[in-house]
Design a protein around this ligand. Structure first.
Ligand SMILES: C[S@@+](CC[C@H](N)C(=O)[O-])C[C@H]1O[C@@H](n2cnc3c(N)ncnc32)[C@H](O)[C@@H]1O
Length: 413
């Protein structure tokens, strides 16, 4: 059964389930393009991240397919788009991602800093402003009292290649000052802020371009950008605090395939996710410097990252790579099956990818895998995408179109 140009593979075979049929109909009436929508509201613009999805998509899915107080799970949560939307809609949520930058930001974006931490944050900003005043020749009206904390430059491969000596020193000083913050959550909030500005002050060409480009970064830039980022994040967090419902938001930093690390007692009522897809991005590479500076291990992450373009370039034929991706995703869907309540929905937003000039329709691939893992395809919605409003940015090897695949768990595996 087909519903206009926008929908393919629609299956309705649960004749007696009226409420369920209505939900599927509602899904098909939504204009999924969200052309005019603001996608950066509240905490959503805390931090850059490639291939995150626009918040309107998880929001609609959560509204239609779950109830207040239920649990929503995103097994590949990236920087927590699903989680933020769940908390705004009064759903508890849990997110998992392999990338520690993703999980740091997810945690900070979907929870709130206690108002009692504000003076500590103001002290920190004052100190960093003091370091900045020492850099710039302009004498402050009130002489700065802030003492630069003791710091050491981190042992990072090719540090000189990627960062100017001044930027290295300023980053080390800010990180040393952040370490003095005793509130664990506020410290993470500040770490997310320094992470957000880090690529911009490095010689990395861009957020998704891991090549060197010399940038003219004047002294004091790290301090200036960090203060401005923190202030912006704080004001967004205050708006978010007014709208966020009193629900739980938890974040796990895991390879989804690793069974022993997975919280087996977890039971959720909805899954909304956009998984990594083959040959598209290299999250570990784009965030390599961030991970090194924040004390994580990008090399360990690279070995476990699903879909990595770089890893696929290194090995195997297209057929072998696709077969490997399928095996990997099969394990992931088994994990998802084990935590999702029976007859509840799993929504997967995914674009196509290109493997050595061969188009791979990932929605079809995912559907086939999910069907072998206890899921049934309910509806596959094709999304009209504005070039600047893609969930996945376009490039020759990346997604040209995008689908929202709605699956329903029909058996335990
Ligand atoms: C398309 S992105 C998700 C973006 C997310 N929807 C958002 O809005 O931020 C896919 C994610 O899968 C994660 N990933 C890759 N391999 C993984 C693994 N083995 N286990 C868990 N997450 C993994 C990547 O780190 C990346 O964040």
């Amino acid at each position: 059964m087909k519903y206009g140009n926008n929908h393919r593979n629609v299956e309705f075979d649960r004749e007696n389930d009226v409420e369920y049929k209505e939900k599927l109909l509602c899904l098909q009436k939504v204009d999924w393009s969200f052309l005019e929508s603001d996608t950066q509201y509240l905490t959503h613009n805390y931090h850059p991240y490639p291939a995150r999805f626009i918040p309107q998509i998880p929001s609609k899915l959560i509204q239609l397919l779950s109830e207040e107080g239920e649990w929503v799970f995103d097994p590949f949560c990236g920087i927590g788009t699903t989680l933020v939307e769940a908390t705004l809609l009064g759903r508890n949520c849990i997110g998992n991602d392999l990338n520690p930058i993703g999980t740091l930001v997810s945690k900070v974006k979907s929870n709130i800093v206690s108002i009692t931490d504000k003076p500590t944050l103001e002290n920190l900003i004052e100190d960093v402003q003091g370091y900045l005043d020492k850099v710039t020749d302009t004498l402050p009206l009130i002489p700065t009292l802030s003492v630069i904390p003791e710091y050491t430059l981190p042992d990072i491969p090719n540090r000189e290649h990627w960062f100017t000596p001044t930027v290295q020193e300023e980053l080390s000083i800010v990180l040393a000052r952040i370490r003095m913050v005793s509130s664990h959550f506020l410290r993470d909030f500040c770490r997310a802020a320094i992470s957000a500005i880090l690529v911009g002050v490095s010689n990395q060409a861009g957020e998704t371009r891991y090549s060197r480009k010399e940038k003219k970064i004047p002294p004091g830039t790290v301090y200036k950008r960090f203060i401005s980022k923190l202030r912006d994040m704080w004001s967004r967090m205050e708006l978010y605090r007014e709208k966020r419902q009193p629900v739980k938001a938890q974040v796990i930093n895991n390879d989804l395939r690793v069974l022993e690390d997975f919280p087996l007692n977890l039971s959720v009522q909805l899954v909304v996710t956009s998984p990594p897809y083959p040959n598209a991005f290299d999250y570990f590479l784009y965030h390599r410097h961030r991970m090194f500076w924040l004390g994580y291990d990008p090399i360990a992450v690279s070995k476990k990252e699903i879909g990595s373009h770089l890893n696929y370039q290194r090995k195997g034929t297209t057929e072998e790579n696709i077969a490997e991706f399928k095996d990997t995703m099969r394990i992931c869907f088994q994990r998802i099956n084990s935590v999702l309540e029976k007859y509840r929905f799993c929504c997967v937003v995914i674009g196509d990818s290109i493997f050595k000039k061969q188009l791979v329709e990932n929605d079809q691939l995912i559907t086939e895998i999910a069907k072998n893992c206890g899921f049934k395809l309910e509806v596959n919605l094709e999304r009209d995408i504005h070039p600047y409003k893609r969930s996945f940015s376009s490039a020759s090897r990346r997604a040209k179109s995008e689908n929202i695949v709605i699956l329903r768990k029909v058996e335990d595996v």
